[in-house]
Design a protein around this ligand. Structure first.
Ligand SMILES: NC(=O)c1ccc[n+]([C@@H]2O[C@H](COP(=O)([O-])OP(=O)(O)OC[C@H]3O[C@@H](n4cnc5c(N)ncnc54)[C@H](OP(=O)(O)O)[C@@H]3O)[C@@H](O)[C@H]2O)c1
Length: 274
């Protein structure tokens, strides 16, 4: 498959894994954007994309604003040309955590605006900028990423959950608007994956606890890997994925489905009925 993948947040975590995977399969060139906090990660992605025989442009800029989207799309047009983009993955993680009302870390308007800009509105701004420049190839897949916070609450994560809710609505409406042009807009939902950012937040002991909790929550008994997420994104941008549109695709491995079991039968690891 020829064409370009646009990966917003390409220097670390999910974005980096997707960028390197889609360069190998289905063989897309990569236009990545990041702000420069993971320079080594960005270099590693560039090297892997080139090793796969594909072109790579790694832009260091803020992709989480309307201006960032306009300028990024101009740079993309100059590098790739019209109707060249087959896949867009919005993998920006930049959010404030804290309580909504009570406690010392109550989120303030500046944090609310920044989180919504980076995690939700920028998905819309990039889509608008790409469409305005006719950058999307026929059948292009535009993908947002989300997590199970939409169906279960997690302490201090109300703002992220709210931004993900907005992202989901953008996905649905953009899917209706862009569907007649042949494009697809979807949201991929997956559970916690181990990324450099997560390792930064949790020490080794905490990471072991995170893994143990997920092993209980997910019927397969383990967390999903970045490579598994990236491999599924590669499927989505091929013709086999073309019938998904406006969908929130559950790739959580059943992560939240037996939370009630876990609460009711903790001593049996949530497995009393199964
Ligand atoms: N990790 C998980 O467990 C998980 C699970 C489900 C869904 N997701 C979703 O997957 C997406 C990616 O999460 P992740 O955990 O993979 O993130 P991550 O490892 O923290 O990486 C985030 C990437 O985004 C870049 N970035 C952040 N703000 C940016 C901005 N304003 N402009 C340009 N680049 C920016 C970062 O580089 P710079 O900081 O240098 O810019 C980095 O390349 C998020 O939407 C997240 O909600 C994650």
């Amino acid at each position: 498959m020829s064409g370009w993948a646009v990966v917003l947040g390409a220097s670390a975590g999910t974005g980096a894994a997707v960028a390197t995977h889609v360069a190998r399969d289905p063989g897309l060139h990569v236009f990545g954007v990041h702000r420069g906090r993971y320079v080594e990660g960005a270099h590693a992605v560039e090297a892997e994309v080139r090793a796969a025989g594909r072109e790579v442009v790694m832009r260091t800029a803020d992709a989480g604003t309307a201006e960032g989207a306009e300028q990024g799309a101009d740079a993309l047009l100059a590098a790739a040309g019209k109707r060249s983009v087959r896949l867009v993955v919005h993998s920006i993680a930049s959010a404030s955590v804290g309580r909504l009302v009570h406690g010392e870390r109550t989120v303030v308007p500046r944090q609310v605006e920044k989180t919504f800009d980076a995690m939700a509105h920028s998905f819309l701004y990039w889509t608008q900028a790409l469409v305005a420049r006719e950058l999307l190839a026929p059948g292009a897949q535009i993908l947002g990423l989300t997590n199970p916070l939409s169906e279960s609450t997690l302490h201090n994560s109300g703002l992220i959950a709210a931004a993900k809710g907005a992202l989901e609505m953008y996905v649905r409406h953009l899917a209706m608007e862009l569907g007649p042009m042949g494009h697809r807009v979807n949201l991929l939902k997956f559970g916690t994956v181990v990324t450099p950012a997560l390792r930064h937040v949790f020490d080794e002991g905490a990471m072991r606890r995170v893994e143990a909790v997920h092993a209980r929550m997910i019927p397969a008994g383990r967390m999903v890997t970045l490579e598994e997420v990236a491999a599924f994104v590669a499927v989505l941008c091929k013709p086999a994925g073309a019938w998904f549109n406006g969908a929130t695709i559950d790739f959580t491995g059943g992560m939240t489905q037996h939370l009630l079991d876990l609460v009711m039968y903790p001593e049996a690891g949530g497995g009393a009925l199964w």
